[in-house]
Design a protein around this ligand. Structure first.
Ligand code: ZN
Length: 261
């Protein structure tokens, strides 16, 4: 699997793991909603032809696909993703990946029953997803990695700072490349902001050599023992972490879109 494939596919895993079943079902109602989501994710930072590098495109042959204006190379929304060339309906495949994100140990037998495909078909898809999950775990975040948390649903009245009551808390880890560019992003739901909760996640997802950057929240003050290059920086209401905050805004905007649909 190429690097590009796992990077793109990782985004789906991140998105799917933040959704509840209800939210998933509101967002993905048919094949078109899946294709539109794939195309949107794939070309979010603009279109560029894989063959010749041209940045202009026309409509592709397949729905939501794109064709290069220069060399006519046609790319479907599913190409270079885990959803390409499947023998069954794309909505079922989306649901399958969603189920994997929710229940890591799900068997191909259960999957076959849940999405209504034959067992051999479910088995092949199962292998594809397994490979994808492993590859995402095998490549820890490197370089400069900014870490922060956010809550979805907005703060509850009367609560301040990190005491957000029953809102969903998420830890976000973002690779920041030179020029404030976003690299890979990893999110995980957390139940609290204690060191015991945060450190194992960070240690499993970030390379020891990474320059870990956090705000001055006390839970982060021992990260330097695990990551020698770690630093803490005044958050200044998020202004010191523009890349992370952009990602959080994206994620919240995306979730809001689902609720409004
Ligand atoms: Zn081209």
């Amino acid at each position: 699997m190429s690097k590009y494939v796992s990077k793109l596919n990782l985004k789906y895993l991140v998105m799917f793991s933040t959704l509840s079943t209800f939210e998933f079902q509101r967002q993905f109602t048919d094949v078109n909603s899946c294709l539109s989501y794939l195309a949107e994710t794939k070309w979010k930072e603009g279109y560029q032809c894989r063959k010749c590098g041209c940045k202009q495109h026309t409509k592709g042959y397949h729905p939501y696909g794109r064709r290069c204006k220069n060399c006519r190379y046609d790319e479907s929304a599913t190409a270079h993703t885990v959803f390409h060339n499947l023998k069954f309906n794309l909505l079922k495949a989306f649901y399958g990946v969603f189920r994997y994100c929710k229940k890591k140990g799900i068997s191909s037998y259960e999957l076959a029953k849940e999405i209504g495909v034959s067992q051999p078909t479910a088995w092949l898809f199962h292998c594809k997803i397994q490979q994808l999950m492993q590859s995402s775990g095998k490549h820890p975040l490197t370089g400069e990695v900014h870490i922060d948390e956010y809550v979805t649903g907005g703060p509850e009245p009367g609560k301040q700072g990190r005491s957000y009551g029953k809102k969903k808390k998420t830890l976000i880890l973002v690779e920041v490349r030179p020029g404030h560019k976003t690299g890979r992003v990893y999110c995980q739901k957390i139940t609290n902001y204690k060191k015991e909760t945060l450190y194992p996640i960070i240690e499993s997802k970030v390379s020891k050599n990474a320059k870990v950057v956090t705000d001055e929240f006390p839970s982060y003050d021992k990260l330097k023992e695990k990551f020698p290059k770690a630093i803490q920086r005044k958050s200044d209401a998020g202004k010191s972490f523009p890349v992370v905050h952009q990602q959080i805004m994206n994620m919240k905007g995306w979730l809001r879109g689902i609720h409004h649909q």
